[in-house]
Design a protein around this ligand. Structure first.
Ligand SMILES: [Zn+2]
Ligand SMILES: [Zn+2]
Length: 177
């Protein structure tokens, strides 16, 4: 019985001296409390009270931190979106919008390839004209018919992901936009 109590007291914390444990066990046993014991008990209680408050403070801080994090995430997203929009809008507009030379080149590529994907041989559907020599790196070849190849959307995506599809000689050496 006594042994059990001692060990359960020990579980409350390693900082209790054996004297304290003895006193606490006396309290539990309902013995008279000395002033010293009362003082110690107060301290323990105060300690507990503080730790509860601390817990609350910590959780409040965490809540604020979470809010800040959310805010940062939102702002970050907005900025990313803006950047992305600028990048895409700018690039796309510069590239194709109202560019009759590009539109004409693409049409000629499709006609030459009989509107057939040159990788999977799918005819028609959503076709794209791929630049064998990249639009960005070879501005002089942007409107050269031989620099264009008709691809379906799927195959176009694949070759830009460097997947080896179809006759790889056509584009693995000379990639692309
Ligand atoms: Zn295809
Ligand atoms: Zn391409």
């Amino acid at each position: 019985m006594k042994k059990n109590k001692k060990s359960s007291m020990g579980m409350l914390g390693k900082h209790h001296s054996s004297e304290t444990i003895l006193k606490m066990s006396k309290i539990r046993n309902g013995t008279h409390l000395s002033n010293e014991t009362k003082e110690k008990l107060k301290k323990i209680n105060t300690g507990k009270h503080l730790s509860e408050e601390t817990k609350k403070k910590i959780s409040d801080k965490l809540k604020k931190y979470k809010k800040t994090k959310e805010h940062i995430a939102k702002v970050g997203l907005a900025q990313r979106g803006k950047k992305h929009w600028n990048w895409k809008g700018g690039k796309q507009r510069e590239r194709h919008n109202g560019d009759w030379k590009y539109i004409n080149w693409r049409k000629n590529v499709f006609v030459r390839d009989n509107f057939t994907c040159q990788i999977c041989r799918k005819v028609g559907g959503y076709l794209q004209a791929h630049h064998i020599k990249s639009w960005a790196k070879y501005p002089k070849e942007r409107y050269i018919l031989d620099n264009g190849i008709t691809l379906c959307l799927e195959c176009h995506k694949k070759i830009h992901n460097n997947a080896k599809v179809g006759d790889t000689n056509l584009w693995t050496k000379r990639l692309t936009t």
